[in-house]
Design a protein. Sequence first.
Length: 528
Amino acid sequence: MIETVNDPTPGIEEEIRRFQLLQNKLGPLFEKVFPNPDQIRSVVVVPSLTLHPEELGKISGVQCYEERLLVLLMLLRLPRTHLIYLTSQSLNPTIIEYYLHLLPGIPSDHARTRLRLFCCHDGSNISLTQKILNRPRLVRRIRDAIHDTESAHMVCFNATPLERTLAVRLDIPLYGCDPGLNDLGTKSGSRKIFKEADVLYPDGMEDLHHESDIVEALTELKAKEPALRRAVVKLNDGFSGEGNAVFPFEGSPSGSGLKGWIKRELNRRLAFEAPGETWPRFRTKFEAMGGVVECFIEGEHKRSPSVQARVDPLGIPTVISTHDQVLGGASGQIFLGCTFPANEEYRLEIQRSGQKIAQMLKDRHVLGRFAIDFVSVREDGHWKHYAIEINLRKGGTTHPFMMLQFLTDGDYDEATGMFLTPSGHPRYYYATDNLQNPAYKGLLPEDLIDIAVYHRLHFHGATQEGVVFHLIGALSEFGKIGVTSVASSPEHACKLYEDCVGILNLETQGQGRAERAPYGARREIDGG
């Protein structure tokens, strides 16, 4: 990492001290600048997925996920807001224009003058934040572009020591969790928070690091519950379910021979969610980052809802939304998409659990957005909710909900768990990052816009319904696109999405079947 003369060495006490001083500015900013739409401010957006490179490498078109935070271009609707957006490689101008034309009430030319785009011209497999830090002249240019550091802040996908270093070098606070608290968002840390919050979670063990720990945990779980069919082994920092593996107990002996059998069978039986994963590679990562072993939650009727929450700079914890996740993969543990809101039968129940967990995180000085994932099973006419993970970062449910807020000026109603427009009308959506079809490869952003215009695949401000695309940059190379369909009913949102898929397939002459997450707010899953 390259440093300038006045920059403290990353991770040392002086950098941490400077970071805390910067963070102390967020409270006054939140009180005075955030609520005033006419206040001058600068927002630096660093959409880096600063996660384990091998875990990120499992995601098709992962570098294009830097585009998910382009939803923050909607902040340019505020007439004196300046936005600085960083990427690894240049964004196609058509993508930028697409977002600017979604701005309600602001000419796109006016917004464009307040937007600065910087890129590293670097497609390598390291995090965007690291790329920026490796270019001190770029860091200086970013800082020079900030209108006023006293009314500026930085936004990121997830906060690590790298984002802390960048915030210090830009001399602006980071609206995100202190990296020193990131253990709270690991699989092991999540289980400890669930216990303290008195929220139900799967039986299991945390803070494991070795193959022998996995064997011991599997043995203990099976001995405790002889009817247990499967258990899940999870990497502490696995992303989007890709760091999970399932161990089936079918054919296992009982009594003293169980441990030896598990030790012999572990390599052969462990089924990884990520395609191409191997036991030697998984074991190495498990030893490096640690993990947990949990009972696989079985059930004939099963869903995977989530709660999104935030602790603001004034220390107030708030539930933002609930979703039902759409999952896939070998055992249904990989995130494909989401529906908003979560099922009316239980959304207020998980909201209450989410609020308890948010309070625990607030007490530990967590800041910013996070999500809590559940597995819910219907038993004897009632839903039983197991909390399984806290994600101290933005995620797949963040950008569609933010887009809904920006486009409609509506808000989440905690009393009902619904989103209401200013006129009091509800809005629903389905969103996915994973509409993928080999036939889509070669479609340029310009082609997508042509198709959308011709077939009227738009979000209409008058009706506050329609389709919004994201991950547009992944389309040509990976045949992959993100879609959010917003409507006045779940059924209409379903129809908008299916119509969109049908049109894209028709325009690409049916050269392949879309590998997409099927729409369905009531879809039942196989995952644990």
